[in-house]
Design a protein around this ligand. Structure first.
Ligand code: ATP
Ligand code: MG
Ligand code: MG
Ligand code: MG
Length: 475
């Protein structure tokens, strides 16, 4: 079944259960300074959950464009490394605004998966919030999932496990306990069930999260009950498509095939299994959709996140041998693949292409020199047995050659080196101080960096359109 058909069947199923089909909202959240980009289907309904906004319907269903490349849910560092993460993806969702709650949400999800999509029930695993006996009983007693495949998971603050059954949009806002459905891709793939020590593997892949929205978390972390218990769900279209198309990785689904071919064509790459081709296929979607929604590459906030994704893409193209602008030439392939579902891509095609080309031309002017310096530095480090790139070098790459810190960190990670992010921060602070002293410092262009000596956590603290984003969190 093609992704377009999977999307259609999802929306029609929920329409048949009385849900209003609502269009995806923009990737740029309207009037919400707590959010960098739209990261979930519920974003456009945030105020409805909070009781500040009313709609003429109490049930809705959407296929929502999402980008997770910063803020609370940041998957940029995962792209190219896992089978299941993208920067841009489509989230299928159904929502109840004070209408149905746990029982119906669980039953609808199960009916769609097993009767419409016809998934074999024995491959489905379920997690519930540790204390949520109600959800546990619905799964085991009413739906009839064997207890061995229903796993209780807490919020795991500080625990070693990645699973988390308490969903939050950001550090503030609507949140609540959730129940998640996983698909077992088979024993040929390494990994253990959720909650087990091997859960980070790719065998059991989370496909659908059903959140029971019950609280509004304030800045002090206090949970205030919502006016009415509600439901918010999200299922990655690419992940359910992989399951239904009998492939393991999202990158093997229909939607990605032509993009991977386009990446190979434009970089003249013959190794179709190269992770760089997957990264390019991912990044062309994120970059094009962001530009179509009005984000422009720049030095701060959303524009800087976009610039970093574009530069990452160019770096992967460079790695495959590209030495001049190539990335924008993938736009027609993307429009052919997704333009029907998202007409804004067609409308903005010329603009997207022109902006990408300009960014590429500018980075291609410096990338070669920067790469040579980095290669030479790593070679010297090798001979000294050092594994951590000097923060001063990372800063020079940033300042003179336009290498965002996460780009340098990504190259180092590929080759088993780390970056001294604290040293980078110090070099940055010193330069700012000098610039300030010289009276040249422009406050508007200021960026904040977060990091520690060993781990760079991405630019989670950003100035978004002048408003300070306080959510400093790495997924
Ligand atoms: P994961 O644990 O795999 O990172 P998540 O728990 O962060 O996923 P949720 O916030 O629960 O994801 O989002 C709901 C659904 O959206 C997920 O169950 C998954 O199907 C999909 N999804 C989340 N992040 C991504 C991503 N980066 N790329 C593709 N699909 C995603
Ligand atoms: Mg998860
Ligand atoms: Mg989840
Ligand atoms: Mg995640």
């Amino acid at each position: 079944m093609k992704s377009a058909e999977i999307r259609r069947q999802f929306l029609e199923f929920f329409a048949s259960k009385g849900h209003q089909i609502v269009d995806s909202s923009s990737l740029v959240p309207g009037d919400d300074p707590t959010l960098l980009f739209t990261n979930a289907g519920m974003n456009q309904f945030k105020d409805v959950f909070l009781g500040f906004d009313k709609r003429p319907y109490t049930r809705a269903t959407t296929s929502q464009k999402c980008v997770r490349a910063g803020g609370k849910h940041n998957d940029l560092e995962n792209v190219g490394y896992t089978a299941r993460h993208h920067t841009f993806f489509e989230m299928l969702g159904n929502f109840s605004f004070g209408d149905y709650f746990k029982r119906d949400a669980i039953k609808y999800a199960w009916e769609l998966l097993t009767e419409v999509y016809k998934l074999p029930t024995e491959k489905l695993w379920v997690t519930v919030y540790a204390e949520d006996d109600e959800a546990y009983d619905i799964w085991t007693k009413e739906v009839g999932v064997p207890a061995e495949r229903v796993i209780r998971i807490g919020d795991n603050k500080g625990a070693r496990y990645a699973s988390d059954n308490f969903w939050m949009m950001g550090d503030t806002g609507p949140c609540g306990p959730c129940t998640e459905i996983f698909y077992d891709h088979g024993e040929q793939i390494w990994g253990g069930p959720p909650g087990s020590p091997d859960e980070d593997g790719d065998r059991y892949i989370e496909i659908w999260n059903n959140v029971f929205m019950q609280f509004n978390r304030d800045e002090a972390g206090v949970m205030h009950p919502l006016p009415k218990p509600s439901v918010d769900t999200g299922m990655g279209l690419e992940r359910i498509s992989a399951v239904l198309q009998h492939v393991h990785a999202n990158y093997e689904i229909d939607l990605f095939q032509s993009l991977i071919k386009a990446a190979a064509r434009e970089t003249r790459s013959s190794d179709m299994d190269s992770p760089s081709l997957k990264v390019l296929a991912d990044h062309i979607r994120a970059c094009s959709f962001l530009i179509a929604d009005g984000v422009i590459p720049g030095n701060a906030g959303r524009g800087y996140v976009l610039r970093r994704i574009i530069r990452r893409a160019i770096r992967h193209g460079y790695k495959l041998g590209a030495r001049a602008a190539f990335f924008h030439k993938m736009v027609p392939d993307l429009v052919a693949e997704m333009g029907e579902a998202y007409p804004e891509l067609v409308k903005e095609q010329a603009k997207v292409t022109a902006i990408l080309k300009e960014e590429e031309d500018s980075f291609f002017r410096t990338i070669q020199n920067g790469m040579e310096i980095l290669d030479a530095t790593l070679a010297v480090m090798d001979s000294n047995g050092r594994k951590e790139l000097d923060g001063e070098v990372a800063f020079k790459l940033h300042d003179t050659y336009g290498f965002p810190l996460d780009l340098t960190a990504d190259i180092c990670r590929e080759r088993n080196y780390t970056v001294d992010a604290a040293g980078f921060d110090a070099a940055m602070a010193r330069q700012r101080e000098q610039a300030r002293a010289a009276g040249k410092f422009k406050m508007a262009a200021a960026l904040e960096y977060s990091g520690s000596a060993t781990t760079f956590h991405g630019y989670d603290r950003l100035n978004v359109d002048g408003a300070r984003v306080t959510a400093v969190y790495v997924d």
